[in-house]
Design a protein around this ligand. Structure first.
Ligand code: CMP
Length: 153
């Protein structure tokens, strides 16, 4: 089982797409184990996007990500980090394959609706940035036996 961090960005909330996008993760059989609405501060943005701080697009990214409420989530499942990235599609909504979340709902590179961790190290770091350990609510969903066979993990 893997855990990954998902952030529904301000464009997702403002466009009232949160429910439909969360449903994609639920439909896939992933488990939502933590969720909170918050406003990202400039300090949190700099920590979250530390690897992009020196990029030319960082100032615009910070003003976008701090510009409205977001919903932070932890999603759990088999190969959850890759599976969630595949569900999102390519960074740019214009390039993302139809059928992915960004391919279906976004036509922007910056306003691409959702962020998800790109690896195990990023997932651990980002989950810890947004959640205290006691805010993660792991549970055994009763439908699991109807999503995958017992020997699949
Ligand atoms: P995300 O997956 O959250 O990771 C970094 C974010 O920066 C990305 O999604 C986009 O919102 C934004 N981003 C990435 N590349 C660019 C770019 N070239 N111009 C503007 N914003 C970008």
């Amino acid at each position: 089982m893997e855990r990954t961090f998902v952030l529904l960005k301000p464009d997702c909330i403002q466009r009232r797409l949160a429910g439909r996008i969360l449903a994609r993760f639920e439909d896939k059989g992933l488990n939502l184990i933590a969720m909170k609405m918050l406003k990202v501060t400039p300090e949190l943005s700099k920590q979250h996007y530390a690897e992009h701080l020196s990029k030319p697009f960082y100032p615009a990214l910070e003003s976008f990500i701090t510009g409205g409420p977001v919903v932070a989530c932890v999603v759990e499942g088999l190969e959850a980090i890759r599976v969630v990235r595949d569900l999102l599609g390519a960074t740019s909504g214009l390039k993302a394959t139809a059928g992915t979340i960004r391919g279906d709902f976004s036509s922007s590179r910056q306003m691409n609706l959702v962020h998800a961790s790109d690896g195990a190290e990023a997932a651990a770091r980002e989950i810890a940035l947004y959640f205290r350990p006691e805010e993660l609510c792991a549970y055994q969903p009763t439908l699991t036996p109807w999503f995958r066979a017992a020997d699949e993990g």
